[in-house]
Design a protein around this ligand. Structure first.
Ligand code: KIV
Length: 289
């Protein structure tokens, strides 16, 4: 199995994502953090698989994305790479990997492409990230922007709050979108902003917008896979639709397993291996029956 761009004509590429906006086709995106889920997401036909730094919370149990490191991200990107054959693979740049200077940002983004096999990177922030975006784009790395409720801004926002609700705040986010487009980003994630603002940005910019908690008018949608599958059994944000309750199902399945082992109901004889002697005895008794 190869994920090579040249050997798989069905592969989703950056130009194909841009083309989808022009053709009025909705874009689908989901996060994946490991090989098994990456395969399922890819085979289901999702356009963009994002190895999001949300993994810090849903996979590593942190209470924010801030502690996530480059090494952790790279390990997950490599695993997801092995599971993705067709979708565009985007790696999220963790907090601290692109805030120091452009040289460091470029070095980290290059690691995602060269070591991780990512086809694009995502970073948070608008106007203040324009120069960094330009620098990565000059090095032929496609960049997905991310504005609005940017989780890495947790400390300055003072919490996870919907952004851009006032006219002035909305205008700043609108300017951020224009700055990212001008800097050469190929798409922009719009997170946690009013639907009306997302619609205005989507109508104005030529690159696709991918919404999460930004209403239905974006060019595409992205969700954290744990939210979509109901694996997260804690707080469920308003913008999430749970398409399954895998967390409850997993819990019930594990309770059943524990009970069966306690009651000596697992494993049964047919779930056990047998010695050769017993196998031959059984064949003998079948023949003589
Ligand atoms: O980290 C992440 O999963 C993300 C998406 C939710 C957009 O940034």
């Amino acid at each position: 199995m190869s994920h090579s761009l040249t050997s798989n004509p069905a592969r989703i590429t950056v130009p194909k994502i841009i083309q989808k906006k022009l053709a009025g086709e909705k874009i689908t995106s989901l996060t994946a953090y490991d090989y098994s889920f990456a395969r399922i997401v890819d085979e289901a036909g999702v356009d963009i698989v994002l190895v999001g730094d949300s993994l810090g919370m849903v996979e590593h149990g942190h209470d924010s994305t801030l502690p996530v490191t480059m090494e952790e991200m790279l390990m997950h990107v490599k695993a997801v790479r092995r599971g993705v054959q067709s979708a565009l693979l985007v790696a999220d740049m963790p907090y601290g990997s692109y805030q120091i200077n452009d040289e460091e940002s470029l070095r980290n983004a290059l690691r995602f492409v060269k070591e991780g096999g990512a086809e694009a990177v995502k970073l948070e922030g608008g106007s203040k990230r324009a120069e960094t975006v330009k620098c990565l784009v000059r090095a032929e790395i496609p960049v997905m922007g991310h504005i609005g409720l940017t989780p890495q801004s947790l400390l300055s926002f003072g919490g996870y709050k919907v952004q851009g609700r006032t006219e002035e705040a909305g205008e700043r986010i609108f300017e951020d979108a224009l700055a990212l487009e001008n800097a050469g980003a190929f798409s922009i994630v719009l997170e946690g902003i009013p639907r009306e603002l997302a619609e205005r940005i989507t109508r104005t910019v030529s690159i696709p917008t991918i919404g999460i908690g930004a209403g239905p008018d974006c060019d595409g949608q992205v969700l954290v896979i744990h939210d979509l599958l109901g694996l997260n059994r804690d707080h469920i944000p308003k913008f999430v639709r749970q398409y399954a309750a895998l967390g409850d199902q997993a819990f019930q399945a594990i309770c059943n397993y524990v009970q069966d082992v306690h009651n000596a109901k697992f494993p049964l004889d047919q779930e056990s291996y047998h010695s050769e002697a017993r196998h031959e005895n059984r064949i003998h008794s079948i023949r003589n029956a």
